[in-house]
Design a protein around this ligand. Structure first.
Ligand code: ADP
Length: 675
């Protein structure tokens, strides 16, 4: 038996004045419950027919129908069976209609009492493609029905009749009972209209409306919270992504996160899972009244929270460090006291399972702060973004590094071409000519022989110097030099450079060289070997380009460069000077005023290029000044001042303590400790 007629359609056909309306599922639920409550409240013995689309919808209501069936024997419940619903006559009549029956698309409830009659006859309206697209999938509340809901007795009777006839098709065994129902409820019109109490119906309806409103409110709240979270994550992410510098990324992240989460303190540190300790590098505080932890060194090895985060790669939230039970915080007592940490949130910055750092939020007030899932989720989302940003920044830095290495390689290559192209060719030709002459002319006078030999030896030495300087510059340019930076006394380094100069130039008259470097100056932060190398080269040049009657002076003063305090060292001479348009060019590789072939002073033309590489590598700058030809030159360079030494003027100077092959400047006296 397959029945394809719709009860609603039949009703509309027989009562054409009816105009169906649209109802949301939630409205139908509210109306049905209100109608059922009215049956229970009025207490008479009405005819009740309820048709559910599915057995499972009926199951939620079964208990109510049991209660209704205690009032009246004329209760019929129809449903499309799914598991156990079947035809039966237990407490009330159950009618299992076929799933193909139009009833499975419909929702009916008819109540025919003596005092009142009401019915709800509706059919589900399937959604259009557009509606399905615009409404979230699976949202039951958005299902729509069209049909009639009324207190009109005539309509209710007709609906009851249609439904009873349908029931009869499935349950012919109920013919007598149905006949009796028809006779009792469909034919007798109440003689006089009696007042019924509308309260239970209205109450129920209002309760439903209220419940619906609460649900809406909850949904709004959760959407608003989600939106707030998304906006925050986006704004922090945008701030983070603006930079490719991990330092800047972390700085921005602690600031923004601390502010957005309104915590007392937000800290961030880089760490690996295997690290035994870390330094708190980045911090933001709500106010200066909150103790700062920045710069502190924390043990990670003995930190049970850190170890647990490393294991689980999940955040840890502690709302009250005083009453914490899951973790033994004994080892963290000092940290907790110092940072006055009451509530603690620890979120790892992880990328593809690799721990990159840790974000921590602290509340320091007396009352504990229970961390909400939303808060934890938000910090976690930002930590994820941080992980990505850091990896991107690192990748970029690697790329830049690679780029720099390539550039350095390219410079080395062009240096090599230049050096072999003409710098080496000249001395090599001279050596060859001298040696050939010596070999082919056995009768050569001993004096001439000596000249030939000395010339060949001098040019061989020149070649050696050239290759050594070339290799030094290449190493500096390719960044392969390891700097051993330490606080140093500038005066000591100048002395070492001076004695090295005298050892090298003992056979030539030198101009008068004086050091005016004050002993009271603070220590500088530099690598002693390389600093002496720069001083030696600049002093060498000054002596080389100044007549023996001239003067060379070394001076040093404190200066402010780009808002940081630096030491400025000046080596001035009264020698031949430099043309204004050459002041920058002199630092180019192989630059020599006389040109390579007319060299009178020796030298390789690489000295100032080496000096610039060293000074820049130590964090300073170097430049030349001169009033022009024959008006002397001044070479200036800056160095950072040792951090601790700005307060320790006059402290016994420390000497470079290491001698290595890194600084192979020719003829330089080895550095000796004066201690
Ligand atoms: P070099 O081995 O030729 O001295 P440098 O790189 O040290 O190579 O110097 C490059 C050139 O800069 C020198 O050849 C010279 O022309 C010029 N120069 C360097 N120092 C001085 C100075 N103190 N006075 C005048 N000219 C200088």
């Amino acid at each position: 038996m397959s029945i394809s007629t719709s009860i609603l359609e039949e009703l509309l056909q027989s009562l054409p004045h009816l105009r169906p309306q649209l109802y949301f599922k939630s409205s139908l639920t509210a109306l049905s419950h209100a109608m059922e409550d009215q049956v229970l409240a009025v207490g008479e013995q009405p005819l009740v027919i309820a048709s559910f689309q599915r057995e499972r919808f009926y199951r939620q209501e079964a208990h109510r129908y049991l209660r209704i069936s205690e009032l009246t024997s004329q209760v019929y419940v129809l449903a499309a069976p799914e598991t156990s619903f079947m035809n039966g006559s237990d407490h009330y009549e159950t009618i299992a209609f076929e799933p193909g029956d139009q009833l499975s698309q419909e929702w009916h409830l008819v109540v025919l009492g003596k005092q009142y009659a009401t019915c709800l006859i509706c059919r589900e309206r399937l959604k259009t493609a557009k509606e399905t697209e615009s409404e979230p999938m699976g949202m039951d509340q958005t299902r729509r029905f069209e049909g009639i809901w009324t207190f009109d007795r005539q309509v209710s009777c007709r609906a009851a009749e249609l439904l009873l006839d349908r029931i009869l098709l499935y349950r012919p065994d109920l013919a007598d009972k149905i006949e009796q129902a028809k006779a009792e409820f469909l034919t007798t019109i109440p003689s006089q209209k009696q007042e019924i109490d509308p309260d239970p119906f209205a109450q129920r309806l209002v309760t439903h409306l209220q419940a619906g409103q609460y649900k809406l409110l909850k949904a709004y709240r959760s959407i608003a919270a989600k939106e707030r979270k998304e906006r925050l994550v986006n704004s922090i992410t945008a701030a983070i992504r603006r930079s490719l510098n991990p330092e800047e990324i972390f700085k921005v992240a602690v600031q923004e996160l601390g502010q957005a989460m309104q915590v007392c303190r937000c800290i961030l540190y880089r760490c690996k899972a295997t690290d035994s300790s870390t330094t708190i590098t980045y911090e933001s505080r709500k106010s200066s009244a909150i103790a700062s932890l920045q710069g502190q060194s924390w043990s990670l090895q003995n930190n049970p929270l850190f170890q647990s985060v490393v294991q689980s790669q999940e955040p840890i939230a502690i709302s009250n460090t005083d009453t914490e039970k899951r973790f033994d915080l004994t080892a963290l007592k000092g940290v907790i006291e110092q940072g006055q940490i009451r509530s603690w949130l620890m979120v790892p910055v992880v990328y593809q399972g690799r721990l990159l750092g840790m974000v921590e939020l602290h509340h320091c007030q007396a009352t504990a702060h229970p961390w909400s899932d939303d808060e934890i989720g938000m910090v976690d989302a930002i930590a994820t973004q941080l992980g990505v940003a850091v990896i991107q920044a690192e990748a970029y830095a690697n790329l830049e590094d690679l780029n720099q290495q390539l550039e350095a390689l390219e410079r080395t290559r062009s240096n090599l071409i230049a050096i072999t192209g003409h710098e080496l060719r000249t001395p090599l030709s001279t050596i060859q000519v001298c040696l050939e002459s010596l070999a082919s002319e056995p009768d050569m006078s001993p004096e001439l022989r000596q000249v030939m030999l000395s010339t060949a030896l001098a040019d061989a030495e020149r070649m050696r110097t050239l290759i050594r300087d070339f290799l030094t510059l290449s190493r500096l340019e390719s960044g392969r030099v390891e700097w051993h930076v330490e606080p140093l006394s500038l005066d000591e380094c100048v002395e070492l450079a001076l004695s090295s100069l005298q050892a090298r130039r003992s056979d030539t008259p030198l101009p008068q060289v004086t050091s005016q470097v004050s002993l009271d100056l603070p220590l500088v932060e530099a690598d002693g070997e390389w600093l002496v190398e720069v001083l030696s080269r600049l002093l060498d040049n000054a002596c080389k380009f100044t007549e023996p009657q001239g003067r060379v002076t070394i001076d040093a003063n404190l200066t402010n460069l780009n808002s940081s305090r630096m030491m400025e060292v000046t080596i001035a001479d009264t020698g031949r000077g430099i043309e204004p348009n050459r002041l920058e060019t002199v630092f180019d590789r192989f630059y020599q005023e006389e040109g390579a072939l007319r060299r009178t002073t020796g030298g390789t033309g690489l000295g100032l290029a080496i000096c610039r590489q060293i000074v820049v590598g130590l964090g300073g700058q170097i430049w030349a000044e001169s009033d022009g030809r024959d008006r002397g030159s001044q070479f200036h360079f800056t160095l950072p001042i040792a951090r601790s030494s700005s307060d320790t003027v006059g402290v016994a100077p420390r000497l470079p303590s290491r001698i290595s092959d890194d600084t192979p400047y020719n003829g330089r006296a080895p550095l000796k400790s004066k201690k």
